[in-house]
Design a protein around this ligand. Structure first.
Ligand SMILES: [Zn+2]
Length: 375
């Protein structure tokens, strides 16, 4: 359900409830679908998934056309580890409302799956196991942090920029940013997966639109250690060329960095009508403000190490590391970078970006940047 639908739903609920109070005072009416759905939502927030599933089943029974209720039911099933049921509920939500990007995203997440969470041992560890664990931890702590990251990267989410109605930048002969980014991201995923050490996921696997904020939600859902958004730059000055790496910061590191961020954020006008309403306060956002500075600091360190390795294998000139307020990176709960792999507005680079051999070189450079050849 998009936010407009959600508001309409809330509106319906309020009308429904006041109507109930006006005409049926004292009469023992059952709950409405809206009330069940709202209860389900609160139960999900409290991680009481089994109870949430039961009330949400009631909500969809009473109002089978509510994509909101189906989406919530999907989340409850997902919380219970019931993947097939979750996917079925999310599919129903998307069928009712094709603009329900959250459910679409959840389908992507569950069907791309293999997220294996570490399970807590069911029995207490034996003294020998405890010793082995302690030794392993001591050994790991002695490893030099790689790429400015104090841990080994195990899961990467790659985000092919743009998609669907949002083409991104378009080159002089019509090459679209959204197509190049998808192709590059898919190749990066395939190459990383072949190496087998790191799990790699994509935020989109086809030509459709995902709001900027949902892209990091995906990375957070996958519990990724690293988020990489792939883009192709553009500039009115057709001579501009080369690749650069960005990380998120409140203030842009230069005018050019601010311009690039403004272009990449442009699509926001379609995403956030609800949040732009006057008086809207997002508590979660305020709390997250404290946390994200830490991720941004780490991102800066990683961006510099990444670019050092990346530029050694690049078919294009390196334009270094910069920072700006990229909305797609803002909410990531992990180090995250945004790559601008060449200028689609530059004739030579647009021509190069059409070639499979050059794309292969870019993919190899990205992987070198990410894995330092240690895949
Ligand atoms: Zn872009």
């Amino acid at each position: 359900m998009d936010r407009r639908h959600f508001l309409r739903w809330i509106g319906k609920g309020i009308l429904g409830t006041s109507g109930y109070w006006l005409c049926a005072r004292g009469v023992a009416w059952g709950k409405s679908a809206f009330e069940y759905a709202l209860e389900g939502q609160n139960l999900i927030a409290a991680k009481r998934f089994a109870e949430a599933r039961d009330v949400l089943k009631e909500a969809v029974r009473l109002d089978p056309k509510s994509d909101w209720a189906h989406g919530l039911l999907g989340r409850a099933h997902h919380g219970l580890g019931q993947k097939a049921e979750a996917v079925a509920a999310f599919r129903e939500a998307v069928r009712i409302n094709p603009a329900d990007t959250y459910s679409r995203m959840m389908i992507e997440i569950i069907t791309q799956k293999p997220i294996r969470r570490l399970k807590k041992p069911v029995r207490p560890l034996t003294p020998l196991e405890k010793k082995a664990r302690a030794e392993e931890e001591a050994m790991l702590s002695q490893l030099t942090p790689e790429g400015g990251l104090a841990y080994q990267v195990k899961r990467v989410v790659i985000d092919p920029g743009h998609g669907g109605f949002d083409s991104g930048a378009v080159g002089p002969t019509g090459l679209k940013e959204k197509d190049v980014t998808l192709d590059l991201a898919q190749s990066v995923k395939q190459k990383i997966s072949e190496k087998g050490r790191i799990k790699c996921f994509l935020t989109r696997t086809g030509d459709y639109y995902i709001p900027l904020s949902d892209r990091t939600v995906i990375a957070n859902q996958y519990q990724a250690d690293l988020f990489v958004s792939i883009h192709i730059n553009a500039n009115e000055n057709r001579k501009a060329h080369g690749c650069e790496t960005y990380y998120c910061s409140e203030k842009a590191s230069s005018k050019e960095a601010a311009r690039v961020a403004a272009f990449e954020n442009a699509v926001l006008k379609y995403d956030e009508p609800f949040k732009k309403r006057p008086g809207y306060i997002n508590i979660e956002e305020i709390l997250f403000n404290f946390e994200r500075r830490l991720y941004w600091e780490e991102s800066g360190k990683f961006a510099r190490t990444f670019q050092n390795r990346f530029e050694q294998a690049l078919p294009f000139k390196s334009r270094g590391v910069h920072s700006a307020n990229f909305f797609v990176l803002r909410r990531a709960k992990m180090p995250s970078i945004l790559l601008e792999t060449g200028f689609i507005s530059n004739h030579d680079e647009e021509a190069a970006l059409k070639k499979a051999s050059i794309r292969d070189e870019i993919v190899a450079a990205v992987i070198r940047g990410l894995l330092n050849g240690r895949g």
